[in-house]
Design a protein around this ligand. Structure first.
Ligand SMILES: [Zn+2]
Length: 421
């Protein structure tokens, strides 16, 4: 197939993206709660199964082979495959991946209504990241309508537990399923991200000695000691600002929780601080812990405080510079009129490090709305993202056959040669 023939098929596919169907799919995904419990207790079904069933049934109707995998009790992934028309092993492969879980909804009015207003879909998970899942279903719809036979295999993966321990992506990575590339549709504002920060969290526990509040010199105030230790974090952030990554910028630290004390008239015996540190590629939790230990070398007696090991870790990720996935998605984005197709970094953490395959992130919506109490995504951005996913699939996988969507304009079945790129 010539380049112009392939471009013609791609243009026809992109023209068939259905805005209303995209919005409806997203509304239906939002209406199925799938809140991450964000702790380590066994929970039973958390709704990821409902989302997996929905995606599986939509894709099965379009001829995809779907498997729902329970990676932990009550926690699920869905893996849907559209095998390439070439013999097994001879074609290339691409995965469109996204997490099915969302953050919580406390304080969020009507989080599951999926309201459509002014060209936007609102609701918990709208941009983070059920919009991309809806785009993946739309890719499958358009390929089926256009009867495109891809030469390589296209995989759509919905994974659970991204918002906490990434167990869904870890299970998928451990399953051995590998593709030539993975696109994760996190809300990147339609920029192509080649790197993501990681995250590591620690507890800092400060111990004091309780006594009557009128004679504080007889005890040891854990809150005042904690305040002194926490004060050192401003200097730590300034130290971090001297480091940088070309796509991700500086690492950061955030003191997120402080709790302690009993009553105003009791010298507090304990204070607990939780903080997190965003990691650049190459940084490790052990090295970060060591530098925090050095930073906390203050006047507070070391016997009065304890820094835990990292209790929550999300690994950073970086696509190797020379990997062709970046160039393919960039070419697809440029063909779709995306204004800024240069490589960027994603400041949040993600599943990227766990798939075991090369990853770029590209998706509709913004982190500014993710996790907020009015999460939304523009339908127009979903149309653009779907177009980029479609073109990336066509460019990566090639086609062996296609039938025009409008009978009469061409013969209904057009054989074309396999093309790889
Ligand atoms: Zn997300």
């Amino acid at each position: 197939m010539t380049d112009s023939g392939r471009a013609d098929v791609a243009a026809h596919c992109v023209a068939r993206i259905d805005r209303d169907r995209l919005a409806t799919t997203l509304t239906e995904l939002i209406s199925q709660p799938s809140i991450n419990p964000f702790d380590d207790r066994p929970h039973g079904d958390r709704g990821e199964r409902r989302v997996a069933d929905y995606l599986g049934s939509r894709l099965e109707r379009l001829g995809w082979a779907c498997e729902i995998v329970e990676f932990a009790p009550g926690r699920h992934n869905v893996i849907a495959r559209l095998p390439g028309s070439r013999a097994a092993g001879s074609g290339r492969s691409l995965m469109l991946a996204g997490h099915m879980d969302t953050v919580e909804t406390a304080g969020y009015p009507a989080p599951f209504a999926g309201a459509v207003r002014d060209g936007r879909v609102h609701g918990r998970g709208a941009c983070d990241m059920k919009a991309a899942l809806a785009c993946y279903v739309e890719v499958a719809e358009v390929l089926a309508e256009h009867a495109v036979a891809l030469a390589g295999e296209l995989v759509i993966a919905g994974v659970g537990d991204e918002e906490y321990r990434q167990e869904g992506a870890k299970a998928l990575g451990k399953s051995g399923l590998r593709t030539d590339g993975v696109i994760i549709g996190e809300p990147t504002e339609l920029t192509i991200c080649h790197a993501t920060k990681g995250l590591v969290a620690y507890d800092l526990t400060v111990t004091g000695e309780a006594t009557h509040g009128s004679v504080p010199h007889h005890g040891a105030n854990a809150i005042l000691s904690a305040a002194e230790l926490v004060g050192a974090f401003a200097g730590y952030q300034r130290l971090l600002e001297r480091r940088g990554h070309p796509l991700l910028g500086q690492p950061t630290v955030n003191v997120g929780v402080i709790e302690g004390g009993v009553k105003p008239n009791i010298v507090p015996p304990e204070c607990r601080v939780q903080f997190s540190r965003r990691l650049l590629p190459g940084e490790t939790p052990a090295a970060v812990r060591a530098e925090v230990m050095a930073m906390l070398d203050t006047s507070v007696d070391q016997r009065r405080w304890d820094l835990s090991e990292a209790w929550w870790t999300v690994e950073p990720y970086e696509l190797p510079d020379s990997h062709p996935l970046g160039a393919t998605v960039r070419a697809a984005a440029e063909a779709c009129g995306v204004a800024d197709a240069a490589p960027h970094g994603f400041p949040a953490s993600s599943d990227a490090a766990y798939f075991g395959s090369p990853v770029v992130l590209f998706g509709p919506g913004s982190l500014a709305q993710a996790h907020s109490l009015d999460e939304w995504v523009a339908i127009e951005d979903m149309v653009t993202a779907t177009a980029v996913y479609l073109r990336s699939a066509l460019m990566t996988l090639g086609m062996t056959a296609t039938r025009r969507p409008d009978p009469g304009t061409r013969s209904p079945e057009t054989r074309v040669s396999g093309v790889r790129q």
